[in-house]
Ligand binder design. Sequence first.
Ligand code: F6P
Length: 342
Amino acid sequence: MRVGILTGGGDCPGLNAVIRAVVRVGLGYGHEHVGIRRGWRGLLEGTTIPLDMRSVSGILPRGGTILGTSRTNPYKRDGGPEQCMRMMGELGLDALVAIGGEDTLGVADKLHKEHGMKVVGVPKTIDNDLSGTDFTFGFDTAVQIATEAIDRLHTTAESHDRVMVCEVMGRHAGWIALYAGLAGGADQILIPERPANVADVIETVLARHRRGKDFSIIVVSEGVVLDQDQLQEAELDEFGHPRLSQGSVGERLGQHIKDKTGFDTRVTVLGHIQRGGTPTAHDRVLSTRFGANAARLVEKGRFGHMVALRGNEIVDVPLADAVAELKTVPDAVFRIAEPFFG
Ligand code: F6P
């Protein structure tokens, strides 16, 4: 079988480890592999690189993706889906492994259902907001980076009696903020799933001061909307997601805290630091297990499915399960953090 591999959407630590595992395990089945450049854009344009034992050598610990990525949506191009199918034929591909998040896998699901594309999915996102799997690879690395940052902010906050606001990624789901906030002992965590009441945050900070704690650490997801915010129209990407880089919720929250308390308040926006660089050992192992099982799904002809983690087992689920709805933080899970606030 000749198998194409593509990575789509935002990059994520562990993508290369997946590519390596698909190739190494696939070679054992007698598959040959073709790397599609820059996500769905590469399939539309037919831009590829050879993928063999040699080209995946040494990439296990490397961040990013050797294939490149994009947020191109073939369904936003005239004749895009048909062009993808035509290219599958022209490149002589018998199957495709699509490594991506909700958007990339949503396209894979549609191409499978509407055009019979022989595609297998691998769930990727640092945000961990994909349904159908307990965890996505990349999340552990992002949490580790954010936790280390919070630990570092703690010591400088304490030395200077400062309020430190730490903004982490998480457009629609607060998993990174919750896990890193819990691990780093944050005094307040704000996530997009819950109303963000600025007065409550300020009261938390003031209460800490009243009991002699002159510093505070507030962790906020980038996707949080503050109750004091004026809603503005954000620019949308090809999948209809707002681009959040136009202003930082952390900066706005920090300003409110400073204005209302007079305390010295500083803001750190972690941004793409959380997405770049080498994956944790946990993510390397998860990516390798996902990639190896994706090669097995191709071999078995389980198209229209995605590999997933359930408990500690790798299973496969229909792509539709992964993209039906976003996996946001349930209230009961968030409540685990609440006793540690303040
Ligand atoms: O979906 C992953 C993610 O890292 C989000 O947390 C973030 O909002 C978004 O991608 C940013 O993407 P980019 O900088 O690639 O536009």
